[in-house]
Design a protein around this ligand. Sequence first.
Ligand SMILES: Nc1nc2c(c(=O)[nH]1)N[C@H]1C(S)=C(S)[C@@H](COP(=O)(O)OP(=O)(O)OC[C@H]3O[C@@H](n4cnc5c(=O)[nH]c(N)nc54)[C@H](O)[C@@H]3O)O[C@H]1N2
Ligand SMILES: Nc1nc2c(c(=O)[nH]1)N[C@H]1C(S)=C(S)[C@@H](COP(=O)(O)OP(=O)(O)OC[C@H]3O[C@@H](n4cnc5c(=O)[nH]c(N)nc54)[C@H](O)[C@@H]3O)O[C@H]1N2
Ligand SMILES: [Mo]
Length: 709
Amino acid sequence: MGIWRHSRARARGMKRVQVEPHLSVTGACSAQWVPLKPKTDAAFLFGLIHVMLHEAPRSSLDVEFLARRTGSPYLVGPNGYFLRDRSSRKPLVWDGASNAAHCHDTPGITEALEGSHEVDAIEVGADGEVLAEGLLRGQTAFTRMVEHMREYTPEWAAKVCDVSAATIRQVANEYLQHACVGQTIEIDGKQLPYRPVAVSLGKTVNNGWGGFESCWARTVLATLVGALEVPGGTVGTTVRIVRPMAQRLESARPGPDGFMNYPLNPTDKEHWSAKPNIRNAYRSMVPLAGDGPWSQALGPTHFSWMFLDATPKGLPRVTFPDVWFVYRTNPAISFWDTAAIADKMARFPFVVAFAYTRDETNHFADVLLPDATDLESLQLIRIGGTKYVEQFWDHEGYALRQPAVAARGETRDFTEIASELARRTGLTPGYVAAINKGAAGVPLKCAAGDFSLDPARDPDRDAIWDAVCRAASAELTDGAEIHGLDWWKEHGLATRPFPRSDWYLYPTMVERGLRFELPYQERLARVGVELGRRLHENGMDWWDQQLHEYQALPACKDFSQPWSDAVRKSGSAPDDYPFWLLTARSMQYAWGGNVGLQMIHEVADNIAGHRGLIINAASARDLGIADGDAIEIATPKRKVSGRAVLRQGVRPDTVLAIGQFGHWATPLAKDFGVPSLNALAGMSLDLTDATGSGADLVRVRVRKAKEAA
Ligand SMILES: Nc1nc2c(c(=O)[nH]1)N[C@H]1C(S)=C(S)[C@@H](COP(=O)(O)OP(=O)(O)OC[C@H]3O[C@@H](n4cnc5c(=O)[nH]c(N)nc54)[C@H](O)[C@@H]3O)O[C@H]1N2
Ligand SMILES: Nc1nc2c(c(=O)[nH]1)N[C@H]1C(S)=C(S)[C@@H](COP(=O)(O)OP(=O)(O)OC[C@H]3O[C@@H](n4cnc5c(=O)[nH]c(N)nc54)[C@H](O)[C@@H]3O)O[C@H]1N2
Ligand SMILES: [Mo]
């Protein structure tokens, strides 16, 4: 679908510039490849912003959008916090019409985007502290940004990211030309801004150090031309943390200071969570992770593994789980430092794995519960809505996945397994209550009817899905049609039209008078100071490096440095490990989930890079390595070997290990002989950023296997 959509867009005139150290299949389908040095994306993006703010005329930016729909006109005081009205404490802006300061939401004002003004105000810092009061000088947030970005010239960026200043200027100017500032387009009878430019970031860019700065910069790039949440521009996804999850427009609610609400975990003295609810401690350490069912996945998940050996001061001692359930995940292959992970799993007292085949994680299980595959089991699945992949839908609804063949051997449908576990553990009432609340994908009680199950009775599989089917058809038809499982089995799916205008949040923002919380993230700066105080009050000083990431306007640097420092810290010289080892998705493989399928293996082997480690042809020649040679790649601590795949389309200082292989138990895959980055990547606090994420990046040495031996 991605290929099809992109090729059609290209035929319509879309130009895509692919910025990455190795020329991926996606990169090969783009108009231009910019091979930047790994982990220096922030510098490249800051260079683009510099050109737009300091070299291009102001009229090439969407100044009206900036003034009306963002925090750009808010006045920032001498201590870096917004200047506020003394009584209402709302942020102040300078009104060009009356030549006076007013609260940001005063009707009829003309916000001044740039400049500096003396106003009667109050400046409030962390923990409600009043930092200044009276006649204070405030610069607009936009002016602050302009000054902040002055030093990040393309010439500065070129030295960091190894992309020429000329290329940075070319990309920046083309972006502005394509932004169509001032143009509109009609969608469903409504006039919307038309801004066909966007930057999308991959996971090594937006994870780990430099991820915050890259995400800030790419969103500022959209903000500068008004390309946020409008046709052609950067469009968000269903919102997991702000509810309701499935209705994006409904989740745009008013928050503090005129911005759209985003519930950070509290950092004030009274509400900060000193006692983590789970091992990864997201509620205590990561305000940005929020506090919903999805938040656990956003926190520093590796804490649970790392801190088993030694838990740092202030957190409850991390222990082995009494019982560990594993379902459809294979961390012994997919996580970092796989050898250490396997060692820890081996020490878990009791492991239960739902298994469909042997793999490296369920290898450690005390009990294997054979799970029916997707073609043998039953589930109602949501169709449509905006999501984190390229799905723009004209319809929304549900589809029934039903058994195409009978389950084999002892395997059972997961719904049966779950219900049986609930029954035997005496958890049925809570289990059914969760299903009634929507755990199976649809709340069973909605405005159109109540299809709730009786918590006092053990439900069977078909009764659960029958109720879910009824609730789903009621939701889709506002109660007009109510169909049970039999109807869905016959019809397969049901949808209703999804209006295209609902793809974009912008009209809702206008309707609700909300602004985007950019470019100056005052709240983040305040939260960082507060979090630091809370941690220090509890004797926790091991998160200090991470606290630096909380900045209203982020500073930029070479974010690859921490990975070189890690080599130095282990007692070796970074120059002895001169290559950057990266990973990338393979189009043929779905994570490690289909590595055991012969047909997939056959298809993938026809695509460059799947048989080994991709290395630049000239670099390989310097090392005496020929295509297909056995090579060893090593960090100071660990090493792996595989076959060299020589390519032109990779930087001379970069090696790529595609996918997540290195299997030793999964049938078929265990004989591939293709190594994984995860065998070499470590886990450490030094390589963990403030959101608790790390990146798939390691410095390695490359040698011919014979010499290494
Ligand atoms: N080297 C490297 N490592 C990576 C990444 C990378 O790019 N490179 N990417 C990372 C990312 S972003 C992610 S999301 C993770 C994903 O990593 P994981 O979430 O661990 O995904 P898989 O490796 O696909 O593991 C799924 C397991 O479920 C099993 N399985 C498949 N179908 C069924 C079924 O129907 N029932 C049951 N019970 N089991 C089933 C398979 O045997 C498989 O072992 O990997 C991370 N690790
Ligand atoms: N077919 C298929 N599709 C998938 C998946 C799958 O397993 N199979 N998995 C899904 C999941 S869970 C995820 S998380 C996404 C991940 O999708 P993406 O976020 O796109 O991640 P990757 O494909 O691993 O990496 C994209 C590119 O990043 C480049 N890269 C590596 N380091 C750097 C760097 O420092 N700077 C820059 N600019 N580029 C760098 C690599 O060259 C690579 O080509 O894919 C999803 N889609
Ligand atoms: Mo992922």
